[in-house]
Design a protein around this ligand. Structure first.
Ligand SMILES: NC(=O)c1ccc[n+]([C@@H]2O[C@H](COP(=O)([O-])OP(=O)(O)OC[C@H]3O[C@@H](n4cnc5c(N)ncnc54)[C@H](O)[C@@H]3O)[C@@H](O)[C@H]2O)c1
Ligand SMILES: O=C(O)[C@H](O)COP(=O)(O)O
Length: 389
């Protein structure tokens, strides 16, 4: 029986994938083999020795201490693209909200009613204060052309916008889905200097943290509209508030409100709703649960952020799964432990991702405890597990 701990509410569409004859799932589970999480902060989480994998039902893994997981041989999964459509739709909504003064207009109508004014007459008289431009013909800069960025680019082109995109790490898969009408630029400055609207779709990491600050805003056009449904820390709060005050930034829409932003003028603060649709909650939960299940039951890895994709049909009797550092002679060391035991390798796979690697070996006999202990003792080996077929 595998023990799964949930740190957030996970859609039943995912939990139902973990059948209760093989998995016990709950938010109070001790010593879990796996964790299912959404945005819960895990920075200080103390990993129990039992923990083998964390599956993030969503895209961003900045709430998970990935480096610490790697060193402990814990596989971290996410669910690429599973909530991208939901975010694209909220970006679309944000483009309209940032352009037309819809939110402040609605607030004003309520105020009129509260004051007992003749609303019908007052709106016709005062609506000029809420004029805002159309999107057609305007330029949109997209920073990050991943699952969300590509979908935003494709739909913005259909709205008649001139779309500029920046992503130095654009994947082949995303490039194939990207509209041919996009102007791909090779530096952020071109986005900042050219665009009327800028939307961020990059992960939060040391390189992207605070990328929207006084210096970058200085390069932008006056009254630029900035949309940030990616992560709050991409934008320096103090700097954007100053720019909103001077009018350099016309509107800031964020899915990550804080106390300083919540009441500020020309800020639309959304309570992290980007992925909050039943469809994307189901998609993310189902994908995360299947990733966790396949890893715990079979040792296969798909969509991990710290280890390579590895999958192999079972052959032989036992499967030896070894997470190790990506350094020379790891495979040789493991095989040299198996050979004297007369263990025949039926099939094997060894792949790496940056500093870490994963080796799976199917052998035609039971793996004895002393062999496991010897492999664990090899310098650079982080985690060893045997799955009995
Ligand atoms: N508000 C929400 O509910 C919500 C939902 C989904 C995703 N997100 C956030 O949006 C981010 C993007 O989501 P996604 O699904 O498109 O992820 P993704 O991994 O598919 O795309 C991220 C893209 O950013 C690019 N990138 C990385 N560093 C970059 C840099 N320095 N400059 C330019 N491009 C860079 C990558 O090459 C990749 O193409 C996530 O990391 C997450 O933080 C928020
Ligand atoms: O990175 C993500 O996928 C989003 O921020 C969604 O977060 P949530 O699962 O907490 O809604």
């Amino acid at each position: 029986m595998f023990r799964i701990k949930t740190l957030n509410r996970i859609s039943p569409a995912g939990l139902s994938k973990l059948d209760n004859t093989r998995f016990s799932v709950g938010d109070e589970t001790d010593n879990p083999d796996g964790i299912l999480v959404r945005s819960s902060e895990m920075g200080d989480y103390v990993f129990p020795d039992t923990l083998r994998a964390i599956a993030r039902a969503g895209a961003g893994t900045n709430n998970i201490p990935v480096a610490r997981c790697s060193e402990a041989g814990i596989v971290v999964f996410n669910t690429p693209g599973a909530n991208a459509n939901a975010v694209k739709e909220l970006v679309l909504c944000s483009l309209f909200l940032s352009s037309r003064k819809i939110v402040s207009g609605i607030d004003w109508v309520k105020q009129l009613a509260r004051k007992g004014e003749d609303v019908a007459a007052a709106v016709e008289k005062g609506k000029a204060a809420f004029v805002g431009p159309e999107l057609e013909g305007k330029s949109l800069g997209i920073v990050g052309l991943g699952a969300v960025g590509v979908q935003v680019a494709n739909v913005a082109v259909k709205l008649g916008m001139k779309v500029y995109g920046y992503d130095p790490f654009l994947s082949v898969e995303h490039a194939l889905n990207l509209t041919r009408s996009i102007h791909r630029v090779m530096d952020l400055e071109s986005i900042y200097k050219t665009c009327d609207y800028i939307t961020l779709h990059v992960p939060l990491n040391p390189e992207t943290k605070g990328m929207i600050n006084t210096d970058s805003i200085h390069m932008m056009k006056g009254h630029v509209r900035i949309i940030n449904l990616a992560r709050g820390e991409l934008v320096d709060t103090k700097d954007i508030l100053e720019a909103l005050e001077t009018g350099k930034v016309g509107c800031y829409i964020t899915d990550f409100p804080n106390n300083d932003l919540a009441l500020a003028k020309n800020v639309v603060a959304i309570p992290h709703l980007g992925a909050s649709t039943p469809e994307s909650e189901d998609n993310c939960a189902a994908m995360a649960a299947m990733e966790l299940k396949d890893y715990l039951e079979n040792g296969n890895i798909k969509n991990s952020v710290n280890l390579p994709d590895v999958s192999m049909e079972f052959s032989g009797m036992d499967r030896l799964c070894v997470i190790h550092k990506n350094i020379p002679n790891m495979l040789g060391s493991i095989i040299s432990i198996l050979s004297p035991e007369n263990m025949n390798i039926e099939n094997m796979v060894n792949k790496s991702k940056k500093d870490y690697a994963y080796t799976m070996l199917d052998v035609n006999s039971k793996v004895p405890e002393n062999v496991i202990d010897k492999i664990k003792a090899v310098e650079g080996v982080l985690r060893v597990r045997v799955i009995h077929h």
